[in-house]
Write a protein that binds this ligand. Structure first.
Ligand code: NAP
Ligand code: GLV
Ligand code: GLV
Length: 320
C-alpha cells in the first residue's frame, strides 16, 4: 500500500508530524517558519490525502478543484472561514477544526485586552519607557472602571461564554447576543440575552466572539457603531472583517468610542495606518491561542483528526 501523503503548510509544534509519521504517513512540512505558499500548495493538492492549513491559507474552490485524493482538511484553528466548506462537502472532503482546547487561552486574551484598554496599560508602559514618569499624579493616565460596568458579548459560543464567566468574576453585568439563548451561561455568568441594538446601546465594553460568516461580515458597521453607547470600548479577538475598520477609526477619532483592543484586522496582516498612530488602541498580532500548551494541543488534535478520517472515515471534530 502506498503511504498516505500529508501536507502541513507551516511549521507547527512537532507533535503533529510525529503522530502522523508514527502511522507511517509521508509528511511534508517546511523546515523554517515560512509557509509553503500558494504555488506549492497548488502543486501538492493533487497528490495529498490530508492537509493541515493555517487560518491564513485560503482553501478555496479553485484550489480544491485540483484535489484528486484529498480526504481531510484539518484546519489549525477553530475558525474556518478560510475554507470553502460547502465545496469541500460536495467533493466528500471532511473539514475539521480545533474547538475547546483554545477557548481559555483566547478568552484570557480578550479579557486582557478589556483590562488593558480600560487601564491604558500599553500606553502607560510606553510613557514610562519614554522617561516621562516624574511621580505619582492625581490626573495621570486616568482610565475606566471595570467593576460594575456592563459587558456586551456578541456571539456567546465557547469563547464568548468563557469571557462572560471571567467578567462575572469582575462583578460586571453581562449582556449577550447570539442566534439562540444559552440557559447554562445565563446561570454561570448571570448573563442576560438581548438583541443586538440593546447590547450596543447598554454596554460599556463590547467583545466580539462570533465566527466570520456572510451574516457577520461588517456586523459592526458605521450604522451599528453609531448605536454604541458613547465612550464605550470595543474588543475584537474574533475575525477582523466583522468590523468595518474605516467606521471604527472614525468613531475612535471623534471620541464616540473611548478605545479599542484588537487582535484581528479587516485586511490582516495589513493594519490600516491610522490605527498605528492612536494611543487609545491596543494592537496585537493575532495571538489569541498563542500559548505553548494550547498550540501543542492544537497540533495534536489536527493530526489526530487526519489519522481518524484516514483510518476510520470519521473525524473527531468535524465542521462539515
Ligand atoms: P463557537 O463556539 O462556534 O461560538 C460562536 C458563537 O457565535 C456561537 O455561539 C454562535 O451562536 C454565534 N453566532 C454565529 N453567528 C452569529 C450572528 N450572526 N450573530 C451573533 N452571534 C452569532 O466558536 P468559538 O470556539 O467560541 O470561536 C469563535 C470565533 O473566535 C472563531 O470562529 C474564530 O474566528 C475566533 N477565534 C479567534 C482566535 C484568535 O486568535 N484571536 C482564537 C480562537 C478563535 P449560536 O450558538 O447561538 O449558534
Ligand atoms: C484563531 O484565530 C482560530 O480561529 O483558531
Ligand atoms: C496609590 O498608590 C495609593 O496609595 O492610593
Amino acid at each position: 500500500m502506498v503511504a498516505y501523503r500529508i501536507l502541513i503548510t507551516n511549521k507547527i509544534p512537532d507533535i503533529a508530524a510525529k503522530l502522523l509519521r508514527d502511522k507511517g504517513y509521508n509528511v511534508l512540512i517546511p523546515e523554517d517558519e515560512r509557509s509553503v505558499g500558494r504555488e506549492q500548495l497548488e502543486r501538492e493538492i493533487t497528490q495529498i490525502d490530508g492537509l493541515i492549513p493555517l487560518l491564513s491559507d485560503p482553501i478555496d474552490r479553485p484550489l480544491l478543484e485540483k484535489a484528486k485524493r484529498l480526504k481531510v482538511i484539518a484546519n489549525y484553528a477553530v475558525g474556518y472561514n478560510n475554507i470553502d466548506i460547502e465545496y469541500a462537502r460536495q467533493k466528500g472532503i471532511i473539514v475539521t477544526n480545533t474547538p475547546d482546547i483554545l477557548t481559555n487561552a483566547t478568552a484570557d486574551l480578550a479579557f486582557a485586552l478589556l483590562l488593558s484598554t480600560a487601564k491604558r496599560i500599553v500606553e502607560a508602559d510606553r510613557f514610562v519607557r519614554e522617561g516621562k514618569f516624574t511621580g505619582w499624579g492625581p490626573l495621570l493616565m486616568l482610565g475606566a472602571d471595570v467593576t460594575g460596568k456592563t459587558l456586551g458579548i456578541i456571539g456567546a459560543g465557547r469563547i464568548g461564554q468563557a469571557v462572560g464567566r471571567r467578567a462575572a468574576g469582575f462583578e460586571m453585568n453581562v449582556l449577550y447576543t447570539s442566534r439562540s439563548p444559552k440557559a447554562d451561561f445565563e446561570e454561570a455568568a448571570k448573563a442576560k440575552y438581548v438583541d443586538l441594538n440593546t447590547l450596543l446601546a447598554k454596554s460599556d465594553f463590547i467583545s466580539i466572539h462570533c465566527p466570520l460568516t456572510a451574516e457577520t461580515r461588517h456586523l459592526i458597521n458605521r450604522q451599528n457603531i453609531s448605536k454604541i453607547k458613547r465612550g464605550a470600548y470595543l474588543i475584537n479577538t474574533a475575525r477582523g472583517p466583522v468590523i468595518e475598520e474605516t467606521a471604527l477609526i472614525e468613531a475612535l477619532k471623534n471620541g464616540h468610542l473611548a478605545g479599542a483592543g484588537l487582535d484581528v484586522y479587516e485586511f490582516e496582516p495589513r493594519i490600516t495606518a491610522d490605527l498605528l498612530t492612536m494611543d487609545n488602541v491596543i494592537l496585537l498580532p493575532h495571538i489569541g491561542s498563542a500559548t505553548y500548551d494550547t498550540r501543542s494541543k492544537m497540533a495534536e488534535l489536527a493530526a489526530k483528526n487526519i489519522i481518524s478520517v484516514l483510518e476510520t472515515g470519521k473525524a473527531l471534530t468535524p465542521v462539515n
